[in-house]
Structures are given as structure tokens and as C-alpha cells.
Design a protein around this ligand. Structure first.
Ligand SMILES: C[S@@+](CC[C@H](N)C(=O)[O-])C[C@H]1O[C@@H](n2cnc3c(N)ncnc32)[C@H](O)[C@@H]1O
Length: 292
């Protein structure tokens, strides 16, 4: 109640008293860190999240990400799996309403339009096998459905998979971490999509190193990134999503051996009243290494 009323100092004080009585309450330490942070007490927030980190072996509360955002730790490699899984498990039932109706989420429509144009350019009327990575509730899959023979959705979150299963959009759904999934599928997909997903995965090169071998030669990859114009290849935002450097992203595609077909700036959605700008990318695995 105090926090909702904007009195984060008083909320932190009360939560500290509660934690004196229940020192192993991980969610309490997480709240305390958030209250301190909102009150401008960064040292207090870092101290609370360090307690949280010690209590939360699986990383469900994302303590490491929160510490990294505040300059108190490295951002780490790859997806913070337990944190992302818990986040979307909680969010699943409200996801579409929040994102589409309130935050003007546009990525599936925008990516689909680019993909349609590029598929036409290469004379692809239908894709045989598509992997929709981080399929969520199926917004991307719904757009792809009519143009794909066998459509697979892959997601970390069982609750998101349950939401999408209800719609019957995909031929197959799998609860899996996307890099682990891709490593088990060599040269299978002629389309791979990831709408608003690599923003949870950190550095792009390890992700592309897993995506490219899973694609058939001549296959297409379509994905979005949140973007920044700075020099870092990737940095973690206060939102706990990664923003990728524009030039680093372009170089990562080239280094992965992909041919860049589209590389466009766009507004992806709103966040706290501000537009989030990003990149929409369509790339192709060349037929032969000498193909481009
Ligand atoms: C913002 S939602 C986007 C969902 C869907 N692609 C869409 O456009 O509506 C991100 C989804 O990616 C999933 N995700 C994030 N990182 C993942 C990973 N490393 N492996 C598998 N799924 C992941 C999350 O569980 C979540 O469902």
C-alpha cells in the first residue's frame, strides 16, 4: 500500500522490519530491492538483491540481472532461463491483452509483412518446416499458419505454451530453451522466426550460431531486436531486456554467414508511455557458401 502510494522509503522500512522476522523470504528481499531502487537508494537495493541472490539458487527472481543493471555484476551469457520462464508463466493469461491492446505491440504484423515480401522475391509460396522460437501465445504463428506446411512453436514457458495450445495454431509445440532446441535440429527448417524473443537472450552471436545450422540452405530467418546506437554490442536495460547495438547486430549476421535481406528500424511497442524502437531483420542462409 505504501509503495502503491509512492512512499517507497516507508515501504522499504516496513519491508526491512518484515525481513527481520522472516529473513529467508526471497520475494521479500526482491520487493525490498525494488522499493530501495525506486526511492533512489541504489546501495540499499544492491544489498537487498545480494541477499536475494544467495537465497534464490535457481535465479527465478532475476537478482543477477537486477544487480548487473545497477553496475554490480556482469550480464552473463545467454538467457536467464529461470527468470524468463517464471516471468512469462506469471504473465501468460494477461499477455495478449497487455501487449496488443495496451502497448500497441506490432512485431508479428511487421515481421510478417517483410517476410511475405522476401518470400515472394525468392519465389517461395509455402514453407515446408518453420520453427517459431519463443512462440508465446502464438501471435506470430497465427500470421504464418497459412504459408507453412509444418509449424513448430518452441517456448520456455509452460503457461505460454498452454495458452497457445488452446488456439490450435501449431502442428507441434515444445517447452524448451531455444538454443538447446536448435542444437537438436540440424538443417531442418526453411523458416525460423523469433518475434520479441532475442531481447531476452543476451549476445546475438551464440544465438545465431545455433540458428544457422538448424536452417536448410536457402532458408529464411526473421526476428526483431530492441536496438541502441551506442558502441556496446549488447547491454541490459532497466526493463531487464537486452538492447543490441545496430552495427554489432549487422556484423553478427555477416559473421554467422547469413545474407541480410531486410534490416529496418521500427517502433516495436510502447513501454511506460515511451515508444521502444528496434530492428526488424530478415536474413537468408545462402544455398552455398559462395552464394553471396
Ligand atoms: C515477448 S514474448 C513474445 C511471444 C511471441 N513471439 C509474440 O510475438 O507474441 C517472448 C517469449 O519468448 C520466450 N522466450 C524468451 N527467451 C527464450 C528462450 N531462450 N528459449 C525459449 N523461449 C524463450 C518467453 O517465454 C516468451 O513467451
Amino acid at each position: 500500500m505504501l509503495a502503491e502510494g509512492g512512499d517507497h522509503v516507508a515501504a522499504a522500512d516496513l519491508m526491512s522490519q518484515a525481513l527481520d522476522l522472516a529473513p529467508d523470504w526471497a520475494a521479500g528481499w526482491d520487493l525490498l530491492g525494488g522499493y530501495h531502487d525506486k526511492a533512489g537508494n541504489v546501495a540499499g537495493a544492491i544489498s537487498a538483491w545480494r541477499h536475494l541472490e544467495a537465497l534464490d539458487d535457481e535465479g527465478v527472481f532475476g537478482a543477477r540481472l537486477k544487480l548487473a543493471v545497477h553496475g554490480a555484476g556482469a550480464i552473463g551469457e545467454g538467457t536467464a532461463v529461470s527468470y524468463v520462464e517464471a516471468l512469462f508463466d506469471q504473465y501468460a493469461t494477461q499477455f495478449e491483452n497487455a501487449l496488443v491492446n495496451k502497448l500497441e505491440y506490432q512485431v508479428p504484423d511487421l515481421l510478417d509483412a517483410l517476410l511475405e515480401q522476401e518470400a515472394a522475391r525468392f519465389g517461395i509460396a509455402r514453407f515446408d518446416v518453420a520453427f517459431d522460437l519463443g512462440c508465446g501465445t502464438g501471435l506470430m504463428g497465427q500470421r504464418l499458419r497459412d504459408r507453412v506446411e509444418h509449424l513448430e512453436g518452441i517456448d520456455l514457458s509452460a503457461a505460454m505454451i498452454a495458452e497457445t495450445a488452446r488456439k490450435g495454431v501449431y502442428d507441434r509445440l515444445e517447452k524448451a530453451e531455444l538454443v538447446a532446441f536448435l542444437k537438436r535440429h540440424v538443417a531442418e527448417a526453411d523458416l525460423v522466426t523469433a518475434a520479441d524473443v532475442f531481447i531476452y537472450c543476451g549476445a546475438l552471436p551464440p544465438v545465431l550460431d545455433a540458428v544457422v545450422p538448424a536452417m536448410r540452405p536457402g532458408g529464411l530467418l526473421a526476428f526483431s531486436l530492441e536496438a541502441h546506437e551506442g558502441e556496446e554490442p549488447v547491454f541490459l536495460r532497466a526493463s531487464l531486456r537486452y538492447a543490441h547495438g545496430v552495427e554489432a547486430a549487422r556484423q553478427a549476421l555477416i559473421d554467422a554467414g547469413l545474407e541480410i535481406l531486410r534490416f529496418e528500424s521500427a517502433t516495436l511497442r510502447q513501454d511506460r508511455g515511451m515508444p521502444i524502437s528496434g530492428l526488424l531483420i530478415v536474413a537468408r542462409r545462402p544455398l552455398l557458401l559462395t552464394d553471396y
